[in-house]
Design a protein around this ligand. Structure first.
Ligand code: F6R
Length: 240
């Protein structure tokens, strides 16, 4: 794994450039996308490059990592809503080629075919990940099997607490999600992970220095052949 340390502004620009380069090289790239606070500035940089005419996303296909169970795509805390707001609405992308797991209706049937759907598009070329303070990637919480594909996951108390900052009240945070599995993520040809802030320091330490164990879901990335970890000084503080 490669590590790049910089301010949030610097690492967000660098990751956006990875996406831009990927799409310039292969206009019909398949991009793996994440929600959460971490990628917001990356997405803003991608929108800027698109508006400046440096890159077009019109032939790209995207697959998001996860979605809360119980939220409609129109709910302002759903991940479909987030993606439209922070990325898709700002790009020349074809929304029909953007895939986000469903949180209601036939969400289980859709989840069960998600990995096959990704494969039918040729697999993910470039995947962005955030990381939870407990070391989760997507909603793969500690104890998730390394060979997991897309599945239903129970959120841990820690994750519910972390994510409650975005809801009016902690009781509104869904307790379940559909998520790509660890094997689904490892299938991506190239992975970039972004983490900032002191509350990610332990997870980044475990990712870079700890043993590879299902108790630390992100540790599986140690065996990915092309994975770069982008961190700020705070997230890197325990490694240094
Ligand atoms: C979101 C996702 C989660 C987040 C993680 C960090 O699609 O898969 O694993 O990346 O919870 O969230 P933030 O960036 O809000 O700290």
């Amino acid at each position: 794994m490669k590590v790049v340390v910089g301010t949030n502004e610097e690492i967000s620009k660098l990751i956006a450039e990875e996406f831009i380069k990927q799409v310039q090289k292969k206009p019909n790239s398949v991009l793996g996308l994440a929600t959460g606070t971490s990628p917001i500035e990356v997405y803003a940089n991608m929108i800027k490059a698109n508006k400046e005419g440096r890159v077009s996303f019109k032939d790209v296909a995207t697959f998001n990592l996860d979605e809360y169970i119980g939220l409609e795509g129109t709910h302002d805390q759903s991940y479909r809503y987030f993606m439209n707001k922070y990325l898709f609405d700002g790009l020349d992308i074809d929304k029909a080629r953007t895939h986000v797991l469903k949180g209601v209706g036939d969400y289980l049937a859709y989840a069960n075919q998600y990995d096959a759907l990704i494969a039918s598009f040729g697999g993910i070329d470039l995947q962005i990940l955030g990381i939870g303070s407990d070391g989760h990637i997507a909603f793969n919480e500690p104890g998730t099997p390394f060979d997991s594909l897309t599945h239903v996951a129970e959120l841990t108390e820690q994750t519910i607490k972390d994510n409650s900052r975005l809801f009016n009240d902690i009781s509104e945070v869904p307790t379940k999600a559909v998520t790509m599995g660890l094997k689904s993520i490892m299938n991506a040809r190239k992975i970039v992970l972004i983490a900032t802030g002191k509350n990610k320091a332990q997870a980044i330490y475990n990712l870079l220095k700890g043993p590879m164990t299902e108790e630390v879901p992100c540790s599986i990335l140690q065996k990915h052949p092309d994975c770069t970890i982008y961190v700020d000084e705070d997230a890197y503080s325990l490694v240094k």
